[in-house]
Design a protein around this ligand. Structure first.
Ligand code: AMP
Ligand code: TRP
Length: 342
């Protein structure tokens, strides 16, 4: 990258985003997040993090976690994140995340956390048994972003509420300490892929933790598996209409048309126009071909990278050092602002 590009990308602002290494990286992660991360690399200074400290808010077997941190890094790279252009690292290697999260635990309010829908979903009925970490998870997420004074955060739709909380925390800190240390964070929630639903239930989000393998397409699924999952995807008996608004009330059909549109970079209307009057047999064959064409290169690259732990570990170590170099003066300034001796 030339010095000119470097200066320009820095002026545009700093991007931060992350995903949890809790296994089963899926099509929703790709369409809602990774794909957009890749597009931002040429216009912003980008920091992409494997958020391992977030993952342990629910139980993780240590050996499995180690493998999944590497798998997540491999998925980012296979999707197109370039570890030279962007900083790619895992959260636990930069101590500032935990330090700032503690400070934010003291800025954020119980009332704010009580409104977080992801906690309610994840804790379920057994709230008393949920870890305290799961409850304060959004404060750690705010720390991830603000530790780098990041200005833009590309995520899927489900993270919108957490980003609103991040803005509230930044604002309260700035007000309380009469400072302008933290910028206003802009969410980037983009396009057809921002909310990919389960293949088994068009009203539930496609997620890593769904017990049904048939609910999601994983980024390491081979062509046969992708075909089977799409064939078994829930649909209805009606034909595809001429325009997308005529899909109303058919959540599974809306989801599959949305996935097609996102993968093909088309509008939902254009997809409907192409398949107007056809049934789901035809549509699913088209969708399978498209999904295999787009995902096969990612799957292959992930498999190749997963045979090379030493390479992945060196990328993460180098990324952590670069992230640490940005975080260090910022966390020092934060500590001074709070009144700690440094
Ligand atoms: P997670 O898997 O929860 O760590 O999420 C990592 C990134 O993928 C976040 O930006 C999420 O918003 C995004 N994401 C996760 N699931 C979906 C989905 N079903 N549709 C769109 N984006 C998603
Ligand atoms: N909470 C996000 C998720 O589950 C992951 C995440 C953690 C994140 N820290 C972040 C995303 C900072 C964007 C920025 O998807």
């Amino acid at each position: 990258m030339s010095d000119n590009t470097n200066t320009q990308t820095k002026q545009n602002g700093r991007v931060f985003s992350g995903a949890q290494p809790s296994g089963n990286m899926h099509l929703g992660n790709y369409l809602g997040a990774f794909r957009n991360w890749v597009k931002l690399q040429d216009t912003f200074e980008c920091i992409y993090c494997v958020v391992d400290m977030h993952a342990i808010t629910v139980w993780q077997d240590p050996e499995t976690l180690r493998a999944q941190i590497r798998e997540a890094a491999a998925a980012y790279i296979a999707a197109g994140v370039d570890p030279e252009k962007s900083i790619l690292f895992n959260q636990s290697q930069v101590p500032g995340h935990a330090e700032l999260a503690w400070i934010f635990n003291c800025v954020s309010r119980l009332g704010w956390l009580n409104r977080m829908t992801q906690f309610k979903d994840k804790a379920g009925k057994n709230r008393e048994k949920a870890s305290v970490g799961l409850y304060v998870y959004p404060n750690l997420m705010a720390a991830d972003i603000l530790l780098y004074q990041a200005t833009h955060v590309p995520v899927g739709e489900d993270q919108k509420q957490h980003l609103e909380l991040t803005r509230d925390i930044a604002q309260k800190f700035n007000n309380d300490f009469k400072t302008d240390l933290f910028p206003e964070v802009e969410p980037i929630i983009q396009g057809e892929g921002a909310r990919v639903m389960s293949l088994r239930n068009g009203s539930a989000k496609m997620s890593k933790s769904d017990p049904s393998e048939y609910s999601r397409i994983n980024l390491n699924d081979d062509a046969d598996t992708i075909q089977q999952k799409i064939r078994k995807a829930k649909t209805d008996a009606e034909l595809l209409p001429a325009t997308a608004d005529q899909l109303e009330g058919r959540p599974e059909a809306i989801n599959l048309v949305g996935i097609y549109a996102a993968l093909a970079d088309m509008s939902r209307d254009a997809v409907c126009a192409e398949y107007e009057g056809k049934g789901f047999g035809d549509f699913k064959r088209g969708l399978t071909d498209l999904a295999v064409e787009k995902l096969a290169p990612i799957t292959e690259e992930m498999a190749r990278l997963q045979n090379d732990n030493a390479y992945i570990d060196s990328i993460l170590k180098n990324g952590s050092e670069r992230a640490q170099a940005i975080a260090e003066p910022i966390i020092a300034e934060i500590k001074k602002t709070v009144g700690f001796l440094t």
